[in-house]
Design a protein around this ligand. Structure first.
Ligand SMILES: CC(C)(COP(=O)(O)OP(=O)(O)OC[C@H]1O[C@@H](n2cnc3c(N)ncnc32)[C@H](O)[C@@H]1OP(=O)(O)O)[C@@H](O)C(=O)NCCC(=O)NCCS
Length: 188
């Protein structure tokens, strides 16, 4: 934090950024509902737009975006916790919009869960929620048996499920970890 005045470079991702990209992403998500969505290698995203923000020689933010016809989706956007709220996330988005438009996109989507900071950030950038479903985790043996049923050969210890939002009340009563997964959208 507090680096708003420091020079920052926004440029295309290159393969030599991978270690810092991984570190920035994992630290960015550590205090969010995506804390356990850990990658150890950057997924190959041929054809995607991939940019990074660099402050003092270190990756401070990253954004990957995918084209899908006239629509586009932010695959990943994350800002290192030491650099939050300095405008890096906003700058990354503003840099990507014209590049998506030049490829024919008239809309951009992004998926997120229920972290207050992320929800406020998308709304501050002019996104509106356009779809919602549930991410449900079975986090204990009891929850997993409840979800999968009892078998004689396998003892489930956990699980991850998608569910429709209409089941939210019942699923929240049964499972401790349930996230609303929201799609935010913006016209370009
Ligand atoms: C969400 C995230 C990308 C925002 O990036 P950022 O660089 O910290 O945010 P910005 O400086 O661009 O914020 C722009 C505006 O968004 C809003 N905003 C950002 N963070 C906010 C917060 N924690 N609480 C309330 N509003 C917030 C504010 O209106 C802010 O403008 P202001 O600082 O002038 O008031 C970043 O905090 C992050 O990486 N979080 C963890 C990972 C994540 O949630 N990724 C996105 C969803 S999957």
């Amino acid at each position: 934090m507090g680096d708003a005045g420091k020079p920052r470079q926004v440029r295309d991702y290159s393969a030599t950024d991978e270690a810092q990209w991984i570190r920035c992403r994992v630290l960015a998500f550590l205090d969010t509902s995506y804390f356990d969505d850990v990658l150890t290698r950057k997924p190959a995203r041929d054809g995607d737009l991939q940019i990074v923000a660099v402050v003092d020689g270190t990756t401070a933010g990253l954004l990957d975006a995918r084209m899908d016809g006239v629509e586009s989706t932010i695959e990943t956007v994350a800002v290192h916790p030491d650099h939050r709220r300095c405008g890096i996330g906003r700058t990354l988005m503003q840099r990507i919009y014209p590049r998506l438009q030049s490829r024919g996109a008239d809309q951009v989507h992004a998926w997120t869960r229920d972290d207050r900071a992320a929800l406020n950030w998308y709304r501050a950038l002019g996104f509106e929620e356009t779809m919602r479903y549930l991410h449900v985790y079975a986090s204990s043996a009891d929850e997993a048996v409840g979800a999968f049923g009892m078998r004689t050969d396998l003892r489930p210890r956990g699980g991850f499920f998608h569910a429709w939002a209409e089941h939210e009340g019942a699923l929240r009563a049964e499972f401790e970890r349930v996230h609303s997964c929201r799609r935010f959208s913006k016209h370009l």
